[in-house]
Structure formats: structure tokens, C-alpha cells
Write a protein that binds this ligand. Structure first.
Ligand code: GH3
Ligand code: MG
Ligand code: MG
Ligand code: MG
Ligand code: MG
Length: 344
């Protein structure tokens, strides 16, 4: 290309797209005629694009797979795989996990033939040889701008996806936190009450037994008073672990209040519930917790708990609240009867 013409090309190109720096964009030129490839390269050289070449359809496809160019300039008439065919393959693999969007400008020596077909197959533009270098230059630039916009959109979407996923995960975390007791890691009262209503409804629908257990540490105040509040907290954790370890996976154990725990035992009738409660009571009574006081001498602390059980179906327990009240009354009875016992 003559120097004058090159200068003019650059000038026009600059005016066409103020501010858009497209240098460094990659352009794949596909043509079986090396002279034509050179011609196109020369014409576009002033813009600072990075070129790759292919001389037939198969080469073009492997070049695309390897380097995902920003734009493809492709001859229609090539031996073997023709430009229209390659274009069909590129566009059929245009998804995010395929090639993505790569604009294709078809170049043909023939007027009209294949033009409509090419465009319908998804070619983005069309030039008839011999073409004016200024026109080629302008069309390439416009396609590269489109590609840049598309890339930005894809990137933006990815960012949004990532942000959404993070938000969803954070939401899950918060939800889990809002249902967990911070000290013991057990479910809290709110989570318990939700599950209680679900299990109560299920039990009523299928007539399956459901037992509710309330557990309260005996004379816990004394433990706090004698050994301090932090030690009281350790006791609460130990009791939580001990009880949890004696329940089935499907049983829900929650911290209901200060030193009060509650367990929901689905598919569990009065006999089984009593056995479970005795096991838990016995395990708590067997705990030996070490306290090191001001004297530095370790001391073994023991404790007990009282448990109250209620079970549905039962003619006088018509609601989840009534079941809760019944378990609470049982607990009160266990305390009244001397503590360290299960009342049903
Ligand atoms: P009872 O055998 O009748 O159940 O006697 P109690 O002393 O266990 O019962 P009470 O309800 O009078 O006392 C419960 C104590 O539990 C009072 C409160 O300070 C303590 N407490 C509540 N929550 C916590 C906690 O998170 N950590 C500690 N260390 N103590 C707590
Ligand atoms: Mg050709
Ligand atoms: Mg109490
Ligand atoms: Mg207590
Ligand atoms: Mg209490």
C-alpha cells in the first residue's frame, strides 16, 4: 500500500472511533491465497492489531481453538472446508463454554453467491473482493468494537454471577447463624420451634409417635456461684455434647434457655423416650469436670440434670404448644420429686 493511502486509512479510522484503542486485538486471516492474506495484513497493519494466519478451513479451526482471536476475516472459497462451513462451526460453538462470541467477516470473490447463506449462518459481515481497504478497515474496527463490548458484557455477567453466589452463600451462613446457639453450637430455640411445628404436623398426619424432652441442669446457680460463670459455660457445653452424643441423628437437640435444653424425638413412643432420657441423665450424672481454682489445685465437679417427657399422640395434647407445656410440667414434677430423674 502506498504511504499516502496508509496515512489516509489511519486518519479515517481514527476519526471513526475516537478514544477506542483497539491495538493489540487479535485478527485471524483465513485465505488459501497467500497473496490475499498479505494484502489484508498490509491494509490493516497501521492499526497495531496482532495477526495470525490460516490457509484452509481445518487450519482456521485449530487456530481458533488455540488462540480465540477477537475477529476472523475469512475467505469463502477454499479447498476442503470452505469459509461458510467454518463459519457454521464457529457459530454453533458460540456458547460461553465453546468459542464464545467471535465476529466473522466473510470475504468472497463472487458477488452475491453465498452471501445470504453466510449471513444467515451467523457471519457478522461480508466483503466482496476486491475490496476497498478503507472499507475493510472501517468494518474491522466496527466488529472489534462490538467484540470488545461483548467481552465487557460477558465479564460483567461473570462478575454479577460471582457476586450473586457470594451473596447466596453469605445468606446461607447468616441463616444458619440465626438458628444456632453460639455457646453450644446446638440449634437455638427459634430453630427448635420451627422444627417442632413441622414434626407435630407430620405426627398428626401419619399418627406417628413424637416425644418431647425438656432437660434442666440441677442447681446450676450453685455451679456458677462456686466456680464462676466461665466454668458454668464449660458445663453447658459439656452437657450439650453429652446429650447430643446419646441421641439419634434425626433427633433435634436445642438449647432452649440458659441451662435448659430441649429434645425432639420423632417416631419415638413413651417407652423408647424414657430409655433415651435415662441414658442421657445417667451420662450427665457420670460427667467429671475438672475445675482449677485460685489455689491451683484441680477439683472434680459433678452435676445432675432433671428431665421431663411428653409424647403424642395423646388425647389431651391437641397442639405443639400443649405438648411443650406437658413436657415442662413433667420437668417441674422431676424437680419436685428430688431432681436427677426423668418424669413422664
Ligand atoms: P434448679 O435445680 O431448680 O434448676 O436450680 P438452678 O439453679 O439450676 O435454676 P435457676 O433457674 O434458678 O438458675 C439457672 C441459672 O443459670 C441462673 C443463670 O445465671 C444461669 N445461666 C443462664 N444462662 C447461662 C449461661 O449462658 N452461662 C452460665 N454460666 N450461666 C447461665
Ligand atoms: Mg479462495
Ligand atoms: Mg430453674
Ligand atoms: Mg436448673
Ligand atoms: Mg432453668
Amino acid at each position: 500500500m502506498a504511504d499516502g493511502e496508509r496515512k489516509r486509512t489511519l486518519e479515517v479510522a481514527r476519526r471513526a472511533s475516537p478514544g477506542a484503542d483497539l491495538s493489540g486485538r487479535t485478527v485471524l486471516i483465513v485465505d488459501d491465497d497467500p497473496a490475499h492474506v498479505r494484502h489484508v495484513r498490509d491494509g490493516l497493519a497501521p492499526h497495531g492489531y496482532v495477526f495470525t494466519e490460516a490457509h484452509d478451513g481445518a487450519q482456521a479451526l485449530s487456530a481458533i481453538r488455540e488462540s480465540r482471536p477477537d475477529l476472523i476475516l475469512m475467505d469463502v472459497e477454499m479447498p476442503g472446508l470452505g469459509g461458510v462451513e467454518v463459519c457454521r462451526i464457529i457459530k454453533a460453538n458460540g456458547g460461553e463454554d465453546g468459542f464464545g462470541f467471535i465476529p466473522v467477516i466473510l470475504m468472497t470473490a463472487r458477488q452475491a453467491a453465498g452471501k445470504v447463506e453466510g449471513l444467515e449462518l451467523g457471519a457478522d459481515d461480508y466483503l466482496v473482493k476486491p475490496f476497498d481497504m478503507l472499507e475493510l478497515s472501517a468494518r474491522v474496527k466496527s466488529m472489534l468494537r462490538l467484540k470488545a463490548l461483548q467481552d465487557a458484557l460477558v465479564e460483567k455477567n461473570r462478575e454479577l454471577d460471582r457476586a450473586n453466589k457470594e451473596l447466596a452463600a453469605r445468606r446461607e451462613e447468616l441463616l444458619a447463624l440465626s438458628r444456632t446457639d453460639a455457646l453450644t453450637g446446638l440449634s437455638n430455640r427459634r430453630a427448635f420451634e420451627e422444627r417442632l411445628h413441622e414434626e407435630f404436623a407430620r405426627s398428626r398426619r401419619y399418627g406417628a409417635p413424637l416425644s418431647l424432652v425438656m432437660l434442666d441442669i440441677d442447681h446450676f446457680k450453685r455451679i456458677n456461684d462456686s466456680f464462676g460463670h466461665p466454668f458454668g459455660d464449660l458445663v453447658l457445653k459439656a452437657v450439650a455434647q453429652t446429650a447430643r452424643a446419646r441421641l439419634r441423628e434425626v433427633d433435634l437437640l436445642a438449647r432452649y434457655g440458659g441451662e435448659e435444653f430441649i429434645a425432639l424425638l420423632p417416631e419415638t413412643g413413651p417407652g423408647d423416650a424414657l430409655r433415651v432420657c435415662e441414658r442421657v441423665r445417667d451420662a450427665i450424672a457420670g460427667l467429671e469436670l475438672e475445675h482449677v481454682g485460685g489455689s491451683g489445685k484441680p477439683e472434680c465437679v459433678r452435676l445432675t440434670a432433671s428431665l421431663g417427657v411428653a409424647t403424642v399422640p395423646s388425647s389431651d395434647l391437641a397442639s405443639a404448644e400443649a405438648l411443650l407445656r406437658a413436657a415442662d410440667a413433667s420437668l417441674y414434677a422431676a424437680k419436685g420429686a428430688g431432681r436427677n430423674r426423668v418424669h413422664q
